[in-house]
Design a protein around this ligand. Sequence first.
Ligand code: BES
Ligand code: MN
Ligand code: ZN
Length: 503
Amino acid sequence: MSEKFLLPSRGRAPELELVKKLPKNTDALLVPVFQGEDGPELAASGLLGDDAEIVAVLRQLVAVGATGAHGEIVRVPGTSGAAADSVIAVGLGDSDELDEESLRRAAGSAARALAGLDTVATTLGAFGLAAAVEGIALGAYSYTGIRSEDTPASKQPVRKVAFVGDPKTDKDIFVAAQIAAESVLLARDLVNTPSSHLYPESYAAIISAEAKPHGVDVEVLDEKALEKQGFGGLLAVGRGSARPPRLVRLTWAPRKARKSVGLVGKGITFDTGGISLKPASKMEDMISDMGGSAAMVATVLAAARLNLPVKVTATLPLAENMPSGSATRPGDVITHYGGRTSEIINTDAEGRVVLADALARASEDKPEYLLEVATLTGAQMVALGAKTSGVMGSDDFRDRVAETGRRVGESAWAMPLLEEQDEELKSPVADIRNSPNSRNGGMLYAALYLSRFVDEGIEWAHVDIAGPSFNNGSVSGYTPKRATGVPVRTFIEVLREIAEEKN
Ligand code: BES
Ligand code: MN
Ligand code: ZN
């Protein structure tokens, strides 16, 4: 595939380094501060010099009102021994309450306060190197899009952050955290890219270019191949667009793999709703409707870069959902990959239609686990809010994925498949119908629809990330506006755990 398709722009993030000693020409020292009963308490203050200098920094912090409250950022001049122009104190709150996620969030807030600086050194890793690295990298990320002029230096992320640690013992943790963070950033870059530049053909080419250097095998089916192999769901959704659909398959197959995992992610590069057209308000956010596929691209690449001993095969249906003279109509009956038929009631319920084909295809590989993710329903946000993913599927795997999400700081909650919705799934003219009459339990209905395409005996989890993948609210912790990269870290962790399973 050619060079002509590249991401038009990528977010910026700092270079990260693990160092034993303070690098020369450090602009600022980023130091953690706890909120003690009698005021702020400097922690891991080794960078600041001798006791007298530590006391001097603490005095300055108190003088300007620092408390050490969680997420508080206070900047004071460096003391003579501190070897940097300024000291930036990041509040970690009550030391008894510090956990990985609160460290990650504080590091994220700190990272944003470092914008415009050149080199910063930090001891934040003393309380959890992986969380500190992830928080800094994810918090500093800045996507400024496609502009005629470059962003001023003062608004660009810090150029380099050096984590003080022991390069001998901490190296593996540091590198793994960096890979996890970079994977999240790749997903964010893909999701932040507008649909003018990211559409099925260009997206497939960009995925190929990203995957190949990491030893991941890539197969792209174009519209002719899709026709030949019977991907009727993907073709039906893509039919309204001048830019035809693609199916991308990515395979990481290390020789020492014991388990195999199928990944499926929704890749609607823009969702107008089709003939069941969406209202204009906020329709521009539908550039993010490929967030599930982006998360899976990032997950496969992470598995390869981490050299995880597990076979991973991603099946990614990419299409643009547009209204036109050639678009699928409400009332049409389509034939999915594998032969099941579906009555299209609402062309805006297109995600389940493309995912059905992909799940049927992924099931043919007979993976032990099938992990699937999509910006699937507005109902996800009605049920769980904008930040908590809904997880459905086989009982055990569903619960496990939701728990893993919460453990890594990507909020997720297990939700049921409802027997009572079996009835609503029935169609007078096809095996099933893509949309119910009732608005009740819309997220669960979509999951039930998908369940019909997963083979018996496969442990399946479906994650609805309609809200969590794209932040329309304010920046907080390490979560920026727009693409969040959720739930890439959850999936990396799930793969890590599966790789360690004995049988
Ligand atoms: N991509 C949307 C879901 C979505 C909405 C994601 C808002 C992110 C933010 C999906 O394709 C969709 O349109 N779903 C419909 C389904 C309905 C027609 C049954 C919905 O949720 O309204
Ligand atoms: Mn839709
Ligand atoms: Zn959609």
